[in-house]
Design a binder for this molecule. Structure first.
Ligand code: GAR
Length: 219
C-alpha cells in the first residue's frame, strides 16, 4: 500500500493544491470534499505562483490557508525552488495536487514527493503532452491535428514532463465548430472536474497502487 494510505490509520489525507490561474479544478476539489465525493481528505493549503490568480480568491472564500510564492520575488530560480519546497513542506501534506500549476517543479520536490504528487493534464497522455503543451495550447494542437477524441489525464509526477504513472483518464468527443476555448471548457466539464476529485478519493482510500510506470486501481 502507498504511504498516502492514511485511511487505514484513521487519518485524513492532507492535500496541498498548487495553482496558477482560474482554479476551476481547485473548485472541483473543494466541492468534492464538501459534497463527500472525496472522502478522508482535508485541503490544508493552496499555493499560487501568481498573486492575481482567481484560485486564491476561491481558497479565501472557502477559508483554506493560501499564499503566493512567485519566482518574480526571488533573485534566482534556485532560491525560488527552495522557497516553494519549504512552503509546501510546511503544510506537511500527504499529497501535493498540481491543478493548473504552470511552473516547472523543482527536482528536489519531485524526489521528496515521489508517488505523492499528482497533476491534471488536459489531454489523453501520451497525446498532446510534454514541453510546450499546457492550457489552451493543448486544445489548439488537438484541433490543428484534427483528432476526433480528446480528454484529460491525472498522473503522478516524475522527473519528465507528463511522463509519470497514469491514474485516471477520460475521453471527450470533439464537435464540429469547436474552438480551442469551447473544447477546453468541454474537456474541463466532462473530464478534468470529474477525474481529479475521483483520483484524490482513490488515493485517500488506499486504492491506487504504483508499479513502475503504471498504476493499478484496486477494487
Ligand atoms: C486546466 O485545463 C489544466 O488541465 C491545465 O491548466 C488548466 C487550469 O485551469 N493544466 C495544464 O495544462 C498542465 N500542463 P484551472 O485553473 O481553471 O483549473
Amino acid at each position: 500500500m502507498l504511504s498516502t494510505d492514511t485511511s487505514a490509520k484513521g487519518k485524513k489525507l492532507r492535500i496541498v493544491v498548487l495553482v496558477s490561474g482560474g482554479g476551476t479544478n481547485l473548485q472541483a476539489v473543494i466541492d468534492g470534499v464538501r459534497e463527500n465525493r472525496i472522502t478522508n481528505t482535508e485541503i490544508v493549503g493552496v499555493i499560487s505562483n501568481n498573486k492575481n490568480a482567481y484560485a486564491l480568491t476561491r481558497a479565501e472564500e472557502n477559508q483554506i490557508p493560501h499564499q503566493c510564492v512567485s519566482p518574480k520575488d526571488y533573485e534566482s530560480r534556485e532560491i525560488f525552488n527552495g522557497k516553494l519546497l519549504g512552503v509546501v513542506n510546511a503544510y506537511e501534506p500527504d499529497l501535493v495536487v498540481l491543478a493548473g500549476f504552470l511552473v516547472v517543479i523543482p527536482p528536489a520536490m519531485i524526489q521528496k514527493y515521489e508517488n505523492r504528487m499528482i497533476n491534471i493534464h488536459p489531454s489523453l497522455i501520451p497525446s498532446f503532452c510534454g514541453k510546450g503543451y499546457y492550457g489552451l495550447k493543448v486544445h489548439e494542437a488537438a484541433l490543428a491535428r484534427g483528432v476526433k477524441v480528446v480528454g484529460a489525464t491525472v498522473h503522478f509526477v516524475d522527473e519528465g514532463t507528463d511522463t509519470g504513472p497514469i491514474i485516471l483518464q477520460k475521453a471527450v468527443e470533439v464537435e464540429s465548430g469547436d474552438t480551442p476555448e469551447v473544447l477546453q471548457r468541454r474537456v474541463m466539464e466532462q473530464a478534468e472536474w470529474q477525474i481529479l476529485p475521483r483520483a484524490i478519493d482513490l488515493i485517500a482510500n488506499g486504492k491506487v497502487k504504483v508499479d513502475g510506470n503504471r498504476t493499478e486501481i484496486l477494487p
